[in-house]
Design a protein around this ligand. Sequence first.
Ligand code: KG4
Ligand code: ZN
Length: 361
Amino acid sequence: MRVLGIETSCDETAASVVALDGASAPEILSNIVLSQIEEHAAFGGVVPEIAARAHVEALDAIVEAALADSAVSLDEVDAVAATAGPGLVGGLIVGLMTAKAIAAAANKPLIAINHLEGHALTARLTDGLDFPYLLLLVSGGHTQIVAVRGVGDYQRWATTIDDALGEAFDKTAKMLGLPYPGGPNVEKAAASGDAGRFAFPRPMKGSAQPDFSFSGLKTAVRQAATAIAPLSDQDVADICASFQAAVADALSDRVGRALARFRKEFPDKASPALVVAGGVAANRTIKGTLEALCSEAGFAFVAPPQKLCTDNAAMIAWAGIERLRAGMAGENAAGFVPRSRWPLDSVSAPLVGSGRRGAKA
Ligand code: KG4
Ligand code: ZN
């Protein structure tokens, strides 16, 4: 089985070919990602119109490169899978329409993929994980804990009631005058900071509601920064370190709850696992905290390689393979309309203000 995947939901233009032969491990034959970060940096965030135009300009060549790299011709591909949501609608239209055109011209089935499903299933591509497992998705647009029970069978156990975690990192960086994207720069500054200098709040810690919240923390950071302005480099480092410590502590509390719930709901699962995905999963303090939490709770901690944790098309191609082999490729994908909002779990009610609108997933 060979699937061509296309991803254009935010600021990465990506294409990939993934193969699965019999019972052997899946293989990523090519994985091309073109980041638009430089085009958006001057604006301090992703500009949807610029993103859509950049996808139009780049996508043809990226798809060609992915096919050339994989040494698989379009004829040899079994299906074309494309991200159809959630994300910025301009980019989604570019990717999905291109995929529809390629699929129609090559007479191949088209599979419309939920971007979050791509993130959710990556651990099966990289680590061969069995269902069920727990997923913590922490990116610029999403902060969710999802019980991954099977292909197309996802239960959202927690989400953010305001900002996504990556968004909180980016806003904190902006307040402190650090460049975009904020997350890596906050982490770098924090390395030489004193995490004990500021006692920032640990939002939702101890709450019976399982969700996340980060806007109060962001406000506390702003107040602390304003109170001691102008900021020295050491002040910035101390604020970053204290912010990161608060985030790690809050995450630990929220995820700890979910691990306990997982034990209760899946008592027969012999070796349970927590998977992390999304750009924030690159943060070493956060990773270390979650790793310790998991080892204490008897969970395996699975962090796919960073380039497969952040937005890419291999995860979309893989989700296509998962759907194909499960007989869930969808019948009328050629008529599928891109969805800027598309929850993975259609049962759990959306929370007001969960993640920034139209943001990257
Ligand atoms: O998954 P991603 O590349 O894109 C999506 O949002 O889908 O995640 C990007 C987010 C940004 O908010 C960025 O600031 C954050 O991940 N991020 C980090 C780190 N690296 C990226 N946050 C904290 N620490 C990092 N090292
Ligand atoms: Zn994503």
